[in-house]
Design a protein around this ligand. Sequence first.
Ligand SMILES: NC(=O)c1ccc[n+]([C@@H]2O[C@H](COP(=O)([O-])OP(=O)(O)OC[C@H]3O[C@@H](n4cnc5c(N)ncnc54)[C@H](OP(=O)(O)O)[C@@H]3O)[C@@H](O)[C@H]2O)c1
Length: 244
Amino acid sequence: MLLQDRVCLITGANRGIGQATAQRFVDEGALVYANARRAGSLDALVEKNKEGQIIPLYFDVTNTQTLKAAFLRIRKEQGRLDVLVNNAGIMKDALIGMISSELVREVFRINVFATLEALQFAAGIMRRQKSGSIINFSSIVGVEGSVGQSVYAASKGAVIALTRSTAKELAPQGIRVNAVAPGFIDTALFHSIGEMRVASVSKDVGMGRLGTPEDVAGVCAFLASDLAGYVTGQIIGIDGSARL
Ligand SMILES: NC(=O)c1ccc[n+]([C@@H]2O[C@H](COP(=O)([O-])OP(=O)(O)OC[C@H]3O[C@@H](n4cnc5c(N)ncnc54)[C@H](OP(=O)(O)O)[C@@H]3O)[C@@H](O)[C@H]2O)c1
């Protein structure tokens, strides 16, 4: 049990990597506040974990008021927060010349601004307890760049920069901040690039398979746990040697 009795908040936990991470954290003994924006979309996860290890929190991460209210509720109910997983994210592609300012705003609002806001609220609680682990979500695209994905890549690059900076600022308070940079993970987000592209990019994975949400969840469990107690400011690739 890597995360026995740890209090965790995971955003975007109703499907994909977030859902797998919530389940892995529960399996490791954690109490998980699971966020989703659509009411009822966490029912299956709650039902599967009947002993109350999953507490659903419905809100949109881009709404500052509801985001703040979620942290206040966790502090009131548990008096602490050990782990924040900033998983919620969107990917929207557009070639240069086709990028609207609305698209830029939408992608950055979720992938970057909400990540930073949640991190600030979490740090406010974690500072008092002088411990905590924050896991942000970057991407292989944010590290290497990708055709048609300038906006998404820029947002995930920003996550790398804010992870490195906040890790430095929060280290003296015992708060660790790391990011994961997944490659091609078999979720709806990845399949949104179209099945022809899915087939062609999948061939370029050195390990010969797509990643699973559980592959990412395992690394998140490690980063959340004491096994990673001296790891901060790192960007951990989870890509099976994928090439873009
Ligand atoms: N899959 C990959 O290949 C891959 C690679 C690199 C990085 N990533 C990153 O990994 C993270 C998870 O991706 P995934 O593949 O699991 O994607 P996914 O299956 O599309 O799931 C994304 C999750 O984020 C939630 N979300 C989006 N906007 C939200 C908002 N404003 N408020 C609350 N929740 C919101 C979604 O909720 P709804 O159900 O309401 O839409 C959903 O639960 C993302 O940050 C993504 O950029 C994924």
